[in-house]
Design a binder for this molecule. Structure first.
Ligand SMILES: Nc1ncnc2c1ncn2[C@@H]1O[C@H](COP(=O)(O)OP(=O)(O)OP(=O)(O)O)[C@@H](O)[C@H]1O
Ligand SMILES: Nc1nc2c(c(=O)[nH]1)N[C@H]1C(S)=C(S)[C@@H](COP(=O)(O)O)O[C@H]1N2
Length: 207
């Protein structure tokens, strides 16, 4: 049976990508409130990426070993090329997402955390309370985002002025080239959401 892709922008000419989404919250994972982290991640990525995306999702509590185990499984077994986490990055005793992410790291990517805090200061003065990190494990980039669902869009997409023009670029602009460099699929983004930046020598000719 032939299946029509529901999004006409997404087609066979773009590389498929497998993305892991992890919402880390004691309260959402135990049903105290409905999880908004996974839907917010999916909604933003669906708007931003032109590639066909397969998502593998996990909703887990703030337990360091569980978080590290989930990240290892998403990279080593499921084969995700990008993993985004949300939640557990603050200073509270149960916030251990950065520690668990560093537990599984081959390489640290400090620029992501630094830049996300700088971007977030345009939205909230408490941005400096997030200890979010990004790391490489094997051929996967793992990025921590804060737990507030709105912070997902804020950090990935950046800051816009009243007319909607971007004044500070979001960190997602650097994600496609990072994934090129670690041997992943060629990600293409919708410039209206977040323009990807690559050096000219790394641009794939338009097909
Ligand atoms: N997964 C989520 N779904 C919906 N809202 C969330 C989620 N995670 C966090 N929030 C919201 O962001 C606020 C700040 O997050 P906070 O740091 O208190 O939670 P957390 O440590 O990420 O989650 P929890 O306390 O459940 O482990 C929460 O009070 C809640 O309103
Ligand atoms: N962009 C953005 N970053 C943000 C926030 C936000 O609302 N937007 N909230 C801050 C707050 S209040 C906290 S406590 C830290 C850590 O949040 P977490 O523990 O839910 O990950 O993220 C910070 N970073």
């Amino acid at each position: 049976m032939t299946q029509t892709n529901p999004d006409p922008r997404q087609g066979a000419e773009f590389d498929p990508v497998h993305i892991g989404l992890v919402s880390i919250s004691d309260r959402a994972s135990s049903g105290v409130y409905a999880d908004q982290g996974l839907p917010a991640l999916r909604e933003w990525l669906d708007r931003a990426l032109l590639n066909p995306v397969r998502y593998t999702e996990r909703l887990i509590p703030d337990v360091r070993a569980t978080i590290a185990e989930t990240l290892r499984e998403l990279v080593d077994v499921a084969g995700c090329q990008l993993v985004l986490t949300t939640g557990g990055t603050g200073p509270a005793p149960r916030d251990v997402t950065p520690e668990a992410t560093i537990d599984v790291a081959d390489k640290l990517m400090p620029g992501f955390g630094e830049e996300m805090r700088r971007i977030s200061l345009n939205f909230v003065p408490t941005a400096i309370l997030s200890r979010q990190v990004a790391v490489i494990r094997k051929t996967c980039l793992i990025i921590n985002l804060p737990g507030q669902p709105k912070s997902i869009r804020e950090t990935l997409e950046g800051v816009r002025d009243g007319a909607g023009a971007v004044t500070v670029r979001g960190v997602f602009a650097a994600v496609p080239y990072c994934i090129d460099l670690i041997g992943g699929p060629y990600l293409e983004s919708d410039p209206a959401v977040c323009a990807a930046f690559r050096p000219k020598s790394a641009l794939r000719p338009q097909r």
